[in-house]
Design a protein around this ligand. Structure first.
Ligand SMILES: Nc1ncnc2c1ncn2[C@@H]1O[C@H](COP(=O)(O)OP(=O)(O)OP(=O)(O)O)[C@@H](O)[C@H]1O
Ligand SMILES: [Mg+2]
Length: 329
């Protein structure tokens, strides 16, 4: 591989974040309680990678992003972005990163969108030509033309999100952190945002770390996904590999000439549903369908068949649930 792309741009080594929370347990009584939001996480991200960072609610995703941006200081471990310790040199890093928190805006609520951009132009000391070029491009790609004169408070959620993404990119950051950038967006807005991110990553090699609960974001954008649960990294690899890790199954849908008793399939393949002449057989996603199909075709009056790929949502749900079971027992 090209040594440039091998250069770890983001590096976490045993990073931890512990919150001390005080809970009121009675009159004048408070109990101290520690929350290990991020628990010894290690990973690296190379320059130009687009990585999904997923996990159930409270897993520690936003906390990780806040440490990466320097908003929070790690309680332990080592964290570097472009060789810089974000919490120590937040300002220096600010010029090189962009961040979008889907849950809240970085734009000035009462000002027209364009005024927020003008303020950023000055704040980040973006050269005039560069600013104009970037703004034009964002306006075109994110369809912001009509919105520039509108005060942010009057924008719809999807419009505001597009406005926020543009704001995060006006200063040409090398890395973009997105914390749920498609939350609450309709299908068309989601597509717009995803198309834009894909193009940004392809053209500018911007490194992207994306947190989301919408697995379609990951499927469409990220070749690598990291799964975090209870502050720990439980999976780091290709999206396809999650199917194996989750022991997922594919489904063979078989249409027979007539209604028949359940097909006797070689285990672990088995009939999971019968509806008239149609039968559904589950088999491991890692296995080939060919043998199963040949056997059924030889022994049964087959009219038609199709194979359904495992649903990634189901795989992830199963993974979270299994881990939750283990944590309880
Ligand atoms: N400032 C804080 N003080 C105390 N506890 C916190 C703080 N911020 C986060 N936590 C706790 O840390 C844990 C991880 O929270 P975090 O916001 O990182 O989760 P998340 O993965 O982003 O979840 P979600 O999918 O709901 O956004 C949670 O238990 C949360 O309650
Ligand atoms: Mg979060």
């Amino acid at each position: 591989m090209d040594p440039f792309t091998m250069d770890p741009f983001i590096e976490l080594d045993g990073v931890e974040k512990v919150f001390d929370v005080r809970r009121k347990t009675g009159f004048l009584k408070r109990e101290r309680h520690r929350v290990r939001a991020v628990d010894s996480i290690s990973f690296t991200v190379a320059r130009g990678e687009m990585v999904g960072y997923i996990g159930p609610n409270g897993a520690g995703k936003s906390t990780t992003i806040k440490m990466l941006t320097g908003i929070l200081t790690p309680s332990g471990g080592r964290l570097r972005v472009a060789g810089i310790d974000p919490s120590r040199e937040r300002k220096r890093l600010a010029h090189r990163m962009g961040v979008v928190f889907g849950q809240r805006t970085t734009l000035w609520w009462d000002l027209p969108l364009i005024d927020s951009y003008k303020l950023m132009h000055r704040m980040y000391r973006i050269p005039d030509a560069r600013y104009r070029e970037n703004l034009d491009r964002m306006v075109e790609l994110l369809d912001l033309g009509e919105l520039l004169a509108v005060p942010v408070r009057q924008l719809s959620l999807g419009q505001r999100m597009r406005g926020d993404i543009a704001a995060a990119l006006l200063h040409d950051p090398e890395v973009l952190y997105l914390d749920e950038p498609t939350i609450g967006l309709d299908v068309i807005s989601k597509t717009k945002v995803r198309d834009f991110l894909r193009q940004l990553n392809a053209e500018r090699a911007t490194t992207v770390l994306l947190t989301t609960h919408d697995l379609q974001d990951i499927e469409q954008l990220c070749s690598r996904v990291m799964v975090i649960d209870h502050g720990r990294l439980v999976y780091d690899g290709a999206l396809a590999g999650l199917h194996e890790a989750g022991e997922s199954e594919r489904t063979l849908v078989v249409d027979l000439e007539r209604e028949l008793p359940p097909i006797e399939a070689p285990p672990p393949a088995r009939v999971v549903r019968v509806e008239g002449p149609r039968q559904w057989l589950a088999f491991p996603a890692s296995a080939s369908a060919a043998g199963l199909v040949a056997r059924i075709a030889a022994e049964y009056p087959l009219v038609d068949l199709s194979v359904r790929e495992p649903d990634i949502e189901a795989v992830i749900a199963k993974m979270y649930a299994e881990r939750a079971d283990r944590a309880v027992s």
